[in-house]
Design a protein around this ligand. Sequence first.
Ligand code: PLP
Length: 470
Amino acid sequence: MDKIESIAEATFTLEHFRRQPPRVLDSNAWLERQSQRESSARSYPRRIPLALVEAHGLYVRDSQGQFFMDCLGGAGTLALGHNHSVAVAAMRQTLDSGLPLHTLDLTTPVKEAFVDELFDCLPPAFASQARVQFCGPTGADAIEAALKLAKIATGRKGVFTFSGGYHGMTHGALSLMGNLGPKNLPGSLMADVQVLPYPYDYRCPFGLGGEAGIDAGLSHIEQLLSDPESGVLPPAALVVEVIQGEGGVIPAPARWLQGLRRLTREHGVVLVIDEVQTGFARTGDLFAFEHAGIEPDVLVLSKALGGGLPLSVIVYREALDQWKPGAHAGTFRGNQMAMAAGTATLRYLRQEGLAAHARAMGQRLMAHLSELQGQYRCIGQVRGRGLMVGVEIVAPPTLGKKAPAADGALAKAIQQQCLREGVILELGGRHGAVVRFLPPLIIQPAEIDVLVEKFQRALSSAVQVESRSA
Ligand code: PLP
């Protein structure tokens, strides 16, 4: 059995749903009750108004009996898709073992195995001098831990972050965010945050693009760090995503990342790489930073880490381990089920070579989407790496402007048409104009082809509706 077949064998396919009688329930009533009882801050149900009753692999079924290709995958969490047999078996075994399920941060055989597996995933040189801290269990809490760790180790208070960045919704993490919507709160966020331009080549913040844009970005940071009149105190940390996810699937060029590594090292700044979304084979490498041949000082991990259950950690260079006992605590840092599911998932990812599979599937998806770009003017750019792919939807070009304006309204219409076609996709980026694909890493070539057919039909319908109403 070759690799692809063995991945397919472990994948739950549509056949499963065809064998199951559909459960038809009144989803409108559920959605109505949800809107009456849940907070105004709820987010996904507004754009994806589904009541889900069943899921496996790439597919979910809603209460009306319709199935969907889920390319949101718990916002990139579900590396193996829904209810993968490997993760489920690990959870079941833990339940049946009689081990404590909640242990704060006390150790157990499950935790021991998880740390072994995690360290085996890391580049050996980094792992050999690394410490791990179990966090909240969310990505945002791990970011909070990274900020504290860096501030304590350097004795500095500032943090550098990037436009378009997303690191979570707690006050510290929010202060690093690019998107002004959630950030626009009464009262102050964390002070001493310097927001820097990210190398978004399609809309270069310096108006240069290409190699010149990379040089301008790096020299701007170098100037802030080395000019005694820059007005900015040397920061404790620089926090960066190797590929901005929520910010609109923007991969940073390797040379820019290498430049960040050099500058942070030269100026004693802790390089925090946030791989909450990109981590564990999503981008075609086990970690996205490997593509640039660099290593972080602090690596922030969550999402796929817990095999679909909540778990987050920071892994960092031992020399930074200067905080005191209890400096970052929290009740739910000992989720044994998540550690068991995470261990099984990480092991499976590596055994099955899912990084290479994600790379190949991502190339297939991007090739199809690039063909569509030739046919549809509204596709401004197709970008990404591995199975983290974005399509930027744009308005007609304006004379004198380098890149056409983002068209968030059309992107939203495409997302809604995709739902009708049975595809769940999320939007991101400026004005919500980037349609994002985050399918599970087990997706098969034929499924990629079907996905793109459905996407094309949705795109055509949305464009037709738009042109009729223009
Ligand atoms: N960092 C990145 C890169 C993310 O994409 C996210 C969430 O999408 C977070 C941090 C925050 O994670 P959480 O939502 O678990 O707090």
